[in-house]
Design a protein around this ligand. Structure first.
Ligand SMILES: [Zn+2]
Ligand SMILES: [Zn+2]
Length: 263
């Protein structure tokens, strides 16, 4: 059994065939889906999906590229959604220096606000970075050190689509964070396989980031959770272990991180 630890199933891309998408994923062994919202509106949409499908869980928060949507009133709306039983994390939150749609200092401030919300609610975080891994690592590690009681029994969060180096990954692992890898791990020129060899499988998860980042051989088409085994297979080959082992460990990691109420 696999868990897709990051897929945006609320986007219009899936509007017409979401039930088929979920059925195809289940047929491919992908049993559960973590759907990260990007602002207060998509949080509502994600929660509606989770109410419809028992296999969907949701994170709520403001994505760094959606900060034009941010206000303290809307953050209060997000905070109100946390009581919903299908909301299992704060995310996706973070900093993005590639598109730079908001000033960097402002991105860091809102990222920090939302980490503080996660700490108050004792929830894990789903972190987005682009060209900003070191700054995000510094911020989360500072919080982890300041709040040792934050998820003392579990893990604190995941850096999704991890593009940092082995030293950054290990610093995250030491502070009880995980990293996850998407479809580009299957690309010919990807540096992710070498990184995975260095950091091992113990603290990693798999994700599609659907509808983006489609793995080979479907690159260029819409991504969907049924492609998770393609990513897992590449990781299995990279580490010279079985795909079942990849499934077992990455699934256990997701269940533990998000404290999923499943057997
Ligand atoms: Zn992201
Ligand atoms: Zn995402």
């Amino acid at each position: 059994m696999f868990i897709d630890s990051h897929c945006h199933l609320f986007y219009d891309d899936f509007k017409n065939d979401i039930t088929d998408v979920i059925t195809r994923a289940n047929d491919a062994g992908v049993q559960y889906f973590i759907v990260p919202a990007t602002n207060h509106e998509t949080a509502k949409q994600a929660i509606m999906l989770a109410e419809q499908y028992p296999s969907i869980f949701v994170s709520v928060g403001f994505h760094p590229l959606d900060l034009k949507e941010f206000s303290t009133e809307r953050l209060a709306l997000i905070e109100g959604m946390i009581a919903h039983p299908k909301v299992i994390a704060i995310g996706e939150i973070g900093i993005d220096y590639f598109y730079d749609t908001s000033p960097r200092e402002y991105q860091k401030e809102i990222f920090s606000f939302q980490i503080e919300l996660a700490i108050r609610k004792n929830l894990p975080i789903i972190v987005h970075t682009r060209d900003s891994v070191q700054d995000a690592v510094d911020i989360v590690i500072r919080y982890a050190k300041s709040y040792p009681e934050w998820r003392i029994e579990g893990k604190r969060g995941v850096f999704h689509c991890f593009t940092g180096d082995a030293a950054q990954a290990k610093a995250l692992f030491d502070s009880k964070f995980l990293v996850s890898f998407p479809g580009p791990v299957t690309f010919k020129k990807s540096t992710m396989p070498n990184l995975i060899k260095e950091i091992g499988i113990e603290n990693i998860m798999v994700e599609t980031d659907s509808p983006y980042l489609t793995p080979v051989p479907f690159r260029g088409k819409r991504n969907e959770p049924s492609y998770i085994p393609l990513i897992a297979q590449k990781i299995a080959e990279t580490l010279d272990i079985s795909i079942d082992e990849v499934a077992r460990i990455t699934t256990a990691n997701a269940i533990k991180l998000f404290a999923l109420p499943i057997a």
